[in-house]
Design a protein around this ligand. Structure first.
Ligand code: SF4
Length: 690
């Protein structure tokens, strides 16, 4: 890329050329967004920009991004939450843009996609056949044959692939099968020492990214690049975070630690190949103790560290440390190239176990993290605040503990052959993002849904955006929401209860679907409710009714889009992932306000923490979460300029509760009603007219 700054056409001219080339129509919101992105890049001020469906937002940020890359010689990183958007950018938008802008820029814009190392086939692991270290799940004959078939498919694909990118394998393969052909960044031998380094797929992807103007990646790798001391992404001074409403969840996943019998036993098996067996056995036994303890403990948040758990965590930590010590110096690999891969894999697993156990102990304060497990038990063996409510009631001591708490630990129940697992995650990733992501780059955050309750503040706080260092912009939507859509709240229905879907809800759904002649996307807050509704309505309605889980979600959405009479019911992934323009989707039904479950450990801990620090925990966490999902769900209705329809929310609290204003202000400005007869008439008219 050129290093001296060339004179380039203005963003507006480039955008016009791009829009003309792709056969689109330039929209005021798109131009406004492109100008705002250009201004943010020039002024080095962070920007949060909400751009409704149909704005053409990817072009609105890609054009100024490409211009900046051509002018500065620095790459611009574009991060997405989903593979679908990544593919849209790399397979559709960027190639068209490169064609359209080539003649207006000093060189043809180059782009590349870069993912984390574990997404690429590791040639060394494949060639050298590093011993498999899978756990006992493989002894289940059904698992063995299913995994075996996938392994065979990977091997066949490996002979042909040019990128080594796991996402090329269709249908996808399980993590268990893929792990046998991939390494994490920590397990990688390093390109200099690896015998396959010259042909390494991950290294080739990095090389391509190093020469690109636009590097497309995902939120996880963006977070890793920001957190690690070494660079994972090529040097860049501007980041565009698309699907920014997902950023906090994705970053939280990256920094969530897990400890279970499986993770401990994996580390012990890897160590056992290289050190005295007795030392590795002690770690294995500590893992078994952990399983025994976790199996009888109640799942959910762990507020105070029981003495027995403190002791077991310390035992696991110390046994892992003994294995690390027994492995000897880390740089010993030089003299032992044959075992370099095995040693690296063992160190990685042992470090993970040791550090996670220590992190869990630290989450309960310095006493719990001490060296002597027995002391920990004495210091922390009570459960004085276990009865506090999620909003931070309880003693002054407990409140002050809550204020200082930085991480939350919880227990996930075991399922089938998967043992129970202890997890640890930060209460907030805002501080980390502020220091590591927003510190020395300009960041543009965008999505169709960022302004909650009419303001960007809720998400800006979660992202840790420094106050006064960013601007927010809502460029609106090209859709005429009040004329094209109705928001119906069924205020005559009872509030949703804990005992499944009320009968009155089933009746209401049946009447709405009959009026719409099918054409319904049912978004439920739980899989249980989606299944209950499907079962009850299949008997009553004579339209085809699909339920998530009947087939792959993409196959179900295809079927739903292909036949207007068909209805599709489901839960979380449908709230955000369905894009069906046209008459097949005329009615979106939402059964209840999607608050986080009361037993969601992270959400309840975050809520309690906000309350303990003087804020409104419910509004900052639960209402914000619900507003985001509601807006995403309602956003499924209008996907093209010709679409019309109804969003029906059965939960009356959306019109009556004290927080309803905040939620309603987060939704598109549909025409609103609470009259069921009016809505059914409107649906009948719409159906007759299409
Ligand atoms: S450099 Fe790392 S990822 Fe690449 S082939 Fe070698 S071990 Fe595998």
């Amino acid at each position: 890329m050129p290093k001296d700054r060339p004179e380039l056409p203005p963003v507006e001219e480039l955008l016009t050329a791009a829009v003309t080339a792709v056969g689109g129509v330039e929209r005021p919101g798109q131009v406004k967004m492109a100008q705002a992105v250009r201004d943010a890049v020039e002024s080095e001020e962070h920007l949060a920009v909400q751009a409704g469906t149909g704005t053409g937002k990817s072009l609105a940020y890609l054009v100024p991004a490409i211009r900046h890359a051509a002018e500065s010689g620095e790459a611009v990183v574009v991060s997405t939450a989903t593979i679908a958007l990544q593919r849209q950018l790399v397979d559709r938008d960027l190639p068209r843009l490169a064609d359209a802008l080539e003649s207006l820029l000093p060189h043809r814009p180059e782009f590349a996609i870069l993912k984390g190392r574990r997404n690429y086939l590791c040639r060394h692991k494949m060639a050298d056949g590093m011993p498999e270290d899978e756990d006992d799940q493989l002894f289940d004959p059904r698992e063995v044959s299913a995994t075996g078939r996938m392994v065979q498919r990977i091997q066949e694909w490996a002979n042909e692939t040019e990128t080594g990118d796991r996402d090329e394998i269709v249908p996808g393969v399980s993590d268990q099968a893929w792990r046998q052909f991939s390494v994490t960044a920590r397990e990688c031998l390093g390109v200099q020492r690896c015998p396959s380094g010259a042909d390494c797929f991950a290294e080739l992807a990095r090389e391509r990214a190093g020469e690109a103007d636009i590097v497309v990646t995902n939120h996880a790798l963006l977070a890793i690049d920001a957190m690690e001391d070494f660079a994972v992404l090529p040097e860049h001074d501007v980041v565009v975070v698309d699907e920014a409403h997902e950023l906090v969840d994705r970053v939280t996943s990256v920094v969530t630690g897990e400890l279970s019998e499986s993770t401990v036993s994996l580390a012990a098996r890897r160590a056992g190949r290289l050190i005295e067996q007795g030392v590795a056995d002690r770690l294995q036994e500590a893992g078994e103790d952990l399983r025994a303890l976790l199996t009888v403990a109640p799942p959910g948040r762990v507020d105070t560290l029981p003495g027995s758990l403190g002791m077991t965590l310390a035992l696991v930590r110390d046994a892992a440390f003994a294995c690390i010590t027994a492995l000897g110096p880390r740089n010993k690999d030089k003299d032992d190239p044959e075992n370099a891969g095995l040693r690296k894999a063992a160190f990685t697993a042992l470090d993970e176990v040791h550090d996670t156990a220590q992190r869990m102990l630290d989450a309960f304060g310095p006493a719990a993290g001490g060296d002597e497990a027995e002391d920990d038990a004495e210091d922390t063996g009570d459960s004085r605040d276990s009865e506090r409510g999620a909003n931070g009631g309880g003693t002054g001591d407990a409140r002050s503990e809550e204020v200082h708490r930085a991480e939350v630990v919880w227990l996930e129940e075991g399922r089938g052959r998967v043992p129970p697992a202890l997890r640890v995650a930060p209460l907030s990733v805002g501080g980390m993002l502020r220091d590591k992501l927003f510190g020395d780059r300009t960041v543009v955050l965008t999505s169709a849904t960022l302004a909650l309750g009419g303001s960007f503040d809720s998400l800006a706080r979660q992202w840790g955006l420094p106050a006064g260092d960013w601007t927010g912009l809502d460029v609106g939507s090209p859709f005429d929401h009040p004329r094209r859509g109705i928001l119906y709240v069924a205020t005559h229905l009872p509030q949703p209860g804990r005992d499944g879907l009320p009968e009155a809800y089933v009746d209401e759904i049946a009447e709405l679907i009959e009026a719409a002649g099918g054409r319904t996307l049912g978004l439920f807050s739980s899989m249980r409710a989606a299944k209950a509704a499907t079962e009850a309505l299949r008997e009553r309605l004579d339209v085809p009714l699909l339920c998530q889980g009947d087939d792959s979600t993409s196959q179900l959405v295809k079927q739903f889009a292909g036949d207007p009479a068909t209805c599709l019911f489901g839960t979380l992934s449908l709230w955000q992932g369905v894009d069906v323009p046209g008459p097949s989707l005329t009615l979106v039904i939402i059964d209840r306000i999607p608050f986080p479950r009361p037993d969601d450990p992270l959400a309840s801990a975050r809520q309690r923490h906000v309350a303990a620090t003087g804020g409104n925990g419910f509004m900052a966490v639960a209402a914000t979460h619900a507003a985001l999902l509601l807006a995403q769900g309602a956003g499924r209705l209008l996907r093209s300029m010709d679409d019309r329809g109804v969003v029906a929310v059965l939960d009356p609290r959306l019109a009556t509760a004290r927080y309803s204003g905040f939620l309603l202000n987060s939704l598109p400005p549909f025409w609103r009603t609470t009259d069921p007869a009016k809505v059914r008439d409107a649906l009948r008219r719409l159906t007759a007219g299409s």
